[in-house]
Write a protein that binds this ligand. Structure first.
Ligand code: HEC
Length: 482
């Protein structure tokens, strides 16, 4: 009896192999970034040999260790998931990590390659739908392959002649290997033109912000793998007539010369909004970080109306070590908002809770940030450490939190914030109608007059056989005639 059990157990562990057990973990959690043309193309993870050849490196990146407060390096996800929940969280389950380590122990067998998981169909062009307008950088920006970070601001005039109600603003990197992250703000037309004209190359240099003398609303941002928020029905942002967008880019170190000409997708609201997104930036410039010291900076403010929090972005520079932001209401009840145990300048972004977080009038928002200005901090830009104050530069620091919210209405806590625009199969031109225009579009794809993006491909592939051909036209015609 016990012998049988042991044999079954051995058999069970023996059966862990790449094709059946490991490939799906890697392809679904890592390959979005770890493939050619993406931010982590230096380490492609798209087949057995790439994963097998790097298995110990991968193991070290996915294991939680004490010196990182239990956080693994990969997949990158700075917020503490035990503290609060956001959409699109990235993590491996303990079971996934365990299977990977056990697979290595068993000699990393490949198994039957026929049984390998397929690599997901990663979105191209947009991760949420077909944009109404696309603003591209006016010209390609040259990035020198000097292995250094490059921070650059570009002004994009909207040319809007009337105020526009916005459902989403989505940054799309063109050179995904180069673009590490970006943030977007809105200013009155011409506001930053002088900064731009002082710099002979396209755009102007900027590190921690936009180098403006005022705090301007952060309307969106980008970090690899992050999806932009599509505001729910009735809710939207407004971009005023005659505004300029400014996008701040962080280009990662590259060892070859490259170019980037990224773009910003704008989605307008189809129906008028009755609730406008509000932006609030809280900055505390009154701190000093003495050398060779770990310093905690705390700040708080009280809110005077009932609010629903939609997004949050804490921001510090290279001395930043951790963040914690929470709210305490008039009854002394605490609502956790965000905690980042290992602040990483390279992985910052807006975070969107799954559901709006209601914060009642009289609540106090507490913000604590810790800065490590010792030489133990490998990111410390000064060696030996120096006195550090608020500023825009790499050697300066920031204590800055951006909030997006609306005034509270009953039921807000039940509004899900992770929606994407979805169209029915057959609505290939995404106009919410299925008609002869969709046939025209699919015929163009089949005759190779134009190429579908991933979303259009899925909407066109009527029989889901991953091929666009006359069979799809037949089904589409049938649908229209019905
Ligand atoms: C959102 C994009 C993204 C995802 C998802 C991602 N990585 Fe990475 N990975 C990166 C980037 C970018 C780097 C380079 C270091 C950095 O910028 O943090 C990196 C670095 C690494 C490294 C080198 C770490 C070191 O020692 O410095 C390994 C190994 C790695 N990733 C494995 C994985 C594995 C395994 C997964 C899935 C479980 C994964 N990554 C998911 C973007 C990603």
């Amino acid at each position: 009896m016990s012998k049988l059990l042991i044999i079954i157990l051995i058999n069970f562990s023996w059966s862990i192999n790449y094709s059946e057990d490991i490939s799906s973990i890697i392809y679904n959690n890592c390959t979005s970034c770890h493939r050619a043309g993406e931010i982590a193309s230096f380490l492609p993870l798209t087949n057995y040999s790439e994963v097998n050849n790097n298995k110990y490196w991968i193991a070290s990146a996915i294991e939680a260790t004490d010196d990182r407060h239990g956080d693994p390096i990969m997949p990158p996800w700075p917020p503490d998931r035990t503290y609060s929940t956001f959409i699109d969280e990235r993590y491996l389950s303990d079971e996934d990590v365990h299977s990977f380590l056990e697979w290595i122990d068993l000699g990393a067998p490949q198994g039957d390659s026929e049984l390998e998981a397929s690599i997901p169909d990663f979105p191209n062009g947009s991760s949420i739908g077909e944009p109404d307008m696309v603003f591209q950088l006016e010209e390609p920006y040259f990035i020198e392959g000097n292995n250094e970070d490059n921070y650059r601001c570009f002004i994009i005039p909207t040319g809007f002649t009337e105020d526009k109600e916005i459902a989403a603003i989505e940054f799309r990197p063109e050179n995904k290997e180069a673009v590490h992250h970006s943030i977007i703000t809105v200013v009155p037309s011409g506001y930053a033109d002088e900064l731009d004209s002082q710099d002979s190359d396209y755009g102007y240099e900027c590190y921690g912000g936009f180098n403006l003398d005022i705090l301007t609303p952060l309307v969106d941002g980008y970090a690899p793998g992050m999806r932009t928020t599509l505001y729910p029905e009735g809710i939207g942002d407004v971009i005023l007539a005659g505004s300029d967008l400014i996008v701040q880019m962080h280009y990662a170190p590259l060892n070859t010369n490259q170019e980037d000409q990224s773009s910003i997708n704008i989605f307008f609201k189809e129906d008028p909004i009755d609730r406008q997104i509000q932006h609030f930036q809280h900055a505390n410039p009154a701190f000093m970080l003495p050398p060779n010291q770990i310093t905690e900076v705390s700040d708080s403010f009280e809110i005077s109306n009932d609010l629903s929090l939609i997004q949050i972005l804490p921001h510090s520079h290279l001395l930043g070590k951790s963040w914690e932001i929470y709210s305490v209401d008039a009854e002394d009840d605490t609502t956790n908002i965000i905690k980042i145990n290992n602040w990483d300048f390279d992985w910052q972004s807006f975070y969107t809770p799954e559901y709006m977080i209601p914060l009642s009038a009289g609540s106090t928002i507490h913000m604590n940030a810790v800065y490590d200005n010792t030489s133990d901090n490998p990111d410390n830009p000064s060696n030996p450490p120096e006195y550090v104050f608020w500023g825009d530069g790499t050697q300066d620091e920031m204590f800055f939190v951006a909030f997006r919210f609306i005034s509270y209405e009953e039921g807000d806590e039940n509004i899900y914030l992770g929606e994407t625009i979805s169209f029915s199969q057959g609505d290939i031109n995404q106009d919410n109608m299925i008609n002869v225009l969709d046939i025209v579009t699919i015929v163009q794809f089949i005759l190779d007059f134009s190429n579908p993006n991933n979303i259009q491909f899925d909407l066109s592939d009527m029989n889901n056989d991953q091929i666009l051909d006359v069979l799809d036209i037949v089904i589409l015609i049938g649908l229209i005639l019905n």
